[in-house]
Design a binder for this molecule. Structure first.
Ligand code: GTP
Length: 370
């Protein structure tokens, strides 16, 4: 069976991190996110993958190539203009002659693919949508079901008085090729507002597959941090690179950690890092490769991407540093701040309350107290 992975979106909600990297290539525990999806597919012997790309496609193609190194076959189809989620699948129609899978490239889930495929086939469904229950369905596309789990309606971002179910479209579909006839060619068209309502109107058999698997859309900075916390806490099965030096603490190759460093579990440090004396790394921290953290700094609950340099006595809490960020002495970065790639935050600055700093910005000494 073939799988189409949608990886062409601009990822606007994840800016500034997605300004220079497509969201599906953002590292999760130091590996590009879609590597996790690929490993899930391999687990179910699905090795024929079509990447539907648009925004910064070369990042994906340069990294995975034709997939032969990792035992899969990858076809890349790049749109000149974004075609939307369903339009992107229509665009790869020539490769889809049998039942196939579609994945949003930003969903962290351990959904059992054998079960959803079996369910789709047994129901003779034309389109089967994985559904997950959420606490606040008003920010998602709500799906209502009839008794036999046929889909009876869709409600995009309903208000609370319209909410009659907590099941949302989980961004994984099993489809029959003939549903592609309902998608206009070369036009921007979505599954949620386009194809699925059209199938409903035409009374095509469409089923919801309710799953209680782990599910998270990694598309905002807060969810991106949460994905790391959940992975570190073992809420979803994940193979970390490096050695587990004590329960829940993984350290990559050639990383030096001074003996005075306080390193709490769960945490992850990549390879080729230098962690100096009296640094405190509290739990739920993920540090990329080639990072240096100087004396007395304190990190907690944060995600630090590759090549970051953190000077003495800095504090970073529940925030994200993009790739190649410099953090000066005594800088505070906290409360969901997001620092884009290659920024330099010089000595004494205080950045908090979800502040977003665009890539390659230099903030001079003692300039910001936010
Ligand atoms: P936001 O701008 O933050 O909403 O993110 P996004 O652009 O990724 O959109 P969204 O989260 O709705 O997309 C869900 C999935 O579909 C993601 O994996 C996107 O990469 C992908 N996607 C969205 N739009 C397109 C498109 O026009 N073409 C292709 N090929 N993929 C798309």
């Amino acid at each position: 069976m073939k799988a189409v992975i949608l990886v062409g979106g601009e990822g606007t909600r994840l800016r500034p991190l997605s300004c220079d990297v497509p969201k599906p290539m953002m590292p999760i525990a130091n590996k590009p996110f879609i590597e996790y999806i690929i490993n899930q597919l391999k687990k179910y012997s699905i090795k024929d993958i079509i990447f539907s790309t648009c925004y910064l496609p070369e990042h994906i193609e340069n990294y995975f190539g034709d997939g032969s190194d990792i035992g899969i076959s990858i076809t890349y189809i790049t749109e000149e203009q974004p075609l939307g989620t369903a339009g992107a699948v229509k665009n790869v129609e020539e490769y889809l002659k049998e039942t196939f899978l579609v994945f949003n490239g930003d969903i962290l889930t351990d959904l059992n693919l054998d079960e959803i495929i079996e369910y789709h086939l047994s129901k003779k469904s034309k389109a089967t949508i994985a559904l997950t229950a959420v606490e606040d369905p008003t920010i998602y596309g709500l799906v209502e079901l009839s008794k036999d789990n046929t889909i009876s309606s869709f409600l995009e971002k309903p208000s609370w008085d319209q909410v009659t179910s907590n099941l949302i479209n989980a961004g994984t579909y099993v489809l029959e090729p003939d549903v592609l006839n309902y998608i206009p060619k070369g036009k921007n068209y979505s599954f949620e507002r386009g194809l699925f309502p059209a199938l409903l109107e035409q009374k095509e058999p469409m089923f919801g597959f309710i799953s209680d698997s782990y599910w998270l859309d990694i598309g905002t900075p807060a969810k991106y941090i949460l994905a790391h916390h959940d992975i570190l806490e073992g809420k979803i099965d994940f193979r970390f690179e490096g050695k587990e030096i004590k329960p829940g603490v993984w350290i990559g190759k050639n990383t030096e950690v001074d003996s005075t460093v306080k390193l709490a579990s769960p945490s992850l440090i990549g390879s080729n890092c230098r962690i100096e004396s009296n640094v405190k790394i509290a739990g739920l921290t993920a540090i990329g490769n080639n990072c240096s953290i100087k004396k007395g700094s304190h990190l907690e609950g944060c995600v630090i991407l590759d090549d970051c340099k953190i000077e003495e006595n800095a504090i970073i809490e529940n925030s994200i540093l993009g790739k190649g960020v410099f953090v000066g002495k005594k800088v505070y970065i906290g409360e969901g701040a997001v620092i884009g790639g290659n920024c330099a935050i010089e000595e004494g600055n205080h950045l908090s309350r979800g502040i977003k700093i665009w890539p390659s910005t230099r903030i001079e000494k003692d300039k910001i107290r936010f």
